[in-house]
Design a protein around this ligand. Sequence first.
Ligand SMILES: Cc1cc2nc3c(=O)[nH]c(=O)nc-3n(C[C@H](O)[C@H](O)[C@H](O)COP(=O)(O)OP(=O)(O)OC[C@H]3O[C@@H](n4cnc5c(N)ncnc54)[C@H](O)[C@@H]3O)c2cc1C
Length: 388
Amino acid sequence: MFPTHSTAALEALAEFLPRAGKEYAATRNFDAGPGQRKNVSMLSSWVRLRSLPEWTICREVLGQHSAQEAAKFIDEVCWRTYWKGWLESRPRVWADYQQALSKARATHAVKPQYLKLVEGASGIDCMDAWTRELLTTGYLHNHARMWFASIWIHTLGLPWSLGADFFLRHLLDGDAAANTLSWRWVAGLHTQGKSYLATNDNIRKHTNGRFVVNLDLAEEPIELAGEPVNPPATEIRALPELPQDGRIGLLLHEDDLSAADWLAEQIPITRTAAHLPETAYAKHGIAESVLNFRRAHLRARLDDTTTYCPSIDSVLTWAGEADLQHIVMAQPFVGIWDTVTPALRQALEKDGRQLSLAQHWWDRHFFPHAKRGFFPFKKAIPAALERI
Ligand SMILES: Cc1cc2nc3c(=O)[nH]c(=O)nc-3n(C[C@H](O)[C@H](O)[C@H](O)COP(=O)(O)OP(=O)(O)OC[C@H]3O[C@@H](n4cnc5c(N)ncnc54)[C@H](O)[C@@H]3O)c2cc1C
């Protein structure tokens, strides 16, 4: 369903573009089921890797639609940037989530209710169908994600962190920011006092009657006592200048494959490698299907002169063999890389090599606006669109 060859994302975008205007705005909330999803782009697994970056999508969409017609689609693309920016200035939210998750694993992940849900054998028709779809395809429609999370949290009373973890491990587009913060939003933690409650009518209407929920859905949100509130936003520090001479290696990774283009334009590159931190993925329990998709994508980016590095040791070997002085990479976002970047830096420095990080202008432009809600953030969109 989601091919990994190097032009797959652009081909999928080209196919969707004619529908990205008014048609998307009018129909995007409907989930007619697997194989019936022409109303949404299904681009997220490629956008997650930035093998299809946000600025490319917006530029192509505006080539076929007016800004007004494409406004809804562009807003949705920018929601991703908003979540990423919000988490960058509050990295503690990811750390708190990891802590909550280990507690929830101990208390709930052994219970039959949880085990049946994640196997798709709970007896709740819609939940089982969505679970099966997630496990077999790695994708769920946005509305299905909202309904699933709402039923999980508010009706079944399960910890939101366990549900977020289930999604992160199996979604091909699984993303620390979009996923954690969307689950928090459904739970009522993102905007204090505002949660998302799924209703039977809404599910029936937007699935074209595929599901009539065989369960009484919660009519009131669950009280989440003891959950940490949103910490204040911290300043995102500017990154040091990039090296401009010496032997420089470009390290591509799955948080931003587009760095192969934008970073290579900024500095003279001696050698390129691609790294997927497979050990960190294993620690987070990320499914083989997700790992395979991302690995295949990274490999599709490689030519004969580029090396695939599955571990920090293999990055060190590559850097040593190429006699590199500096390694440059796109700054990974808050999430799985939180433990990888310091370990990588330390290992490279031990070998006498420097690690430098860089950020695309899109992130530098948007992230300072992502400290509050989406609506103030949205005001930064027109200036970005003028630049693409
Ligand atoms: C509980 C929950 C968990 C989620 N987890 C993830 C996740 O791990 N990774 C992820 O990329 N998205 C996540 N989302 C957001 C959204 O559901 C998906 O991005 C979207 O469904 C992807 O399908 P699409 O490509 O067909 O989207 P389209 O509707 O075609 O949108 C185009 C692109 O815009 C971006 N986008 C659209 N809606 C959102 C949104 N609400 N938040 C952030 N980006 C958006 C995606 O990159 C998407 O590919 C989650 C939403 C919820 C409610």
